[in-house]
Design a protein around this ligand. Sequence first.
Ligand SMILES: [Zn+2]
Length: 233
Amino acid sequence: MKTVLNVGSVYMNAYLIEIKGSWLLVDTGYPFDYKHFLKTVKKHRIELSSIRYVVLTHVHADHAGFLKKILEDTGATLICLPAEKERLLSGVNEKNVWISRKAFFLINRISAATPRLQTFEPIDISGSLDAETQPLAEEGITFFVLHGHTDNDLCLKVDDKLFIGDICMNGAGATGFSPLWIEDNEKLVESWKQLLSMDGDFLYTGHGKPFPKTALTNYVDKQAKRKLCKLFK
Ligand SMILES: [Zn+2]
């Protein structure tokens, strides 16, 4: 089993996965989380230069926030989806989304109007590895793509763990494992079904604690019927 460390903030998870004495980082944090990240990594006595790869699960500012900075400071190679090229270059979250908790509508509108929560330094993906070519197959790490939270959500299978970004979550105020922002709920529900049918027992999400995959089973239908509202009409 590979060592996995959570090096995220109180709000979100970023994971370091050990591969032969070096590390793969899954997601970063908001741009302003970088100092906290550096402190956490230091606490674990991990040299920044030992981070060899960075994977981005999806293009949102709370995950891509200091991606550019960490790539520069470590010399690590980015693993991503070429399909995300435009979004990564835009440096801003897609806001054509549905909100899964009506009670959070106002707070989401405020967040959507707050640049520090919605923007990140644009990333140029030249020199990155295409996740779909399975660049870490020899290390026993497989990539797969789900859809619905964003257009493309890049996921990884490592031992019995599935790192799935925000395809579902049990933190950040989520109910019934639903992500707060959804671009396509039908695709999201299909992604949940795919997760349940594939190998891997534990879900490691972007927000909240890891949990057994089977916990999702009773929520698939509920998610399909969930009443959503548009962030912007
Ligand atoms: Zn997130």
